[in-house]
Write a protein that binds this ligand. Structure first.
Ligand SMILES: [Zn+2]
Length: 116
């Protein structure tokens, strides 16, 4: 895999603790230090998910997958996302996913099944 330098996902990071902090709290919950938004690799695994069949947003065709993705950067670092480019029925917990360069209609990050 080539290095990905244009990840669309930024996560707050504490240089002092060498830890990612999400959701962003304005300052580090551990040391109170300043957080800096850094791009993450965009690789992760599906921690849990649900298939939504209700058209809450007319711009998003149903059914679609709402997932909590645990990012590869740090254990427990999880973001809400949509899983695309696959059948909703094919999504499983623990499935490897990669972030997509675009964002969903609702502004959520989009992940697709990892290509390898
Ligand atoms: Zn800290």
């Amino acid at each position: 895999m080539p290095a990905e330098s244009t990840s669309p996902l930024l996560v707050e990071y504490c240089d002092d603790c060498d830890r990612w902090v999400h959701p962003a709290a304005g300052e580090c919950r551990t040391c109170g230090g300043r957080l800096v938004a850094r791009p993450v690799s965009g690789r992760g695994t599906v921690f849990t998910y649900t298939v939504n069949h209700h058209p809450y947003n007319p711009e998003i065709p149903v059914p679609y997958v709402i997932a909590i993705v645990e990012l590869a950067e740090q254990s427990g670092l999880r973001v809400a996302a949509n899983i695309v480019d696959c059948e909703p029925d094919s999504v499983t917990c623990g499935m490897a996913v990669d972030i997509r360069p675009d964002k969903g209609a609702g502004g959520a990050p989009l992940f697709a099944p990892a290509s390898n």
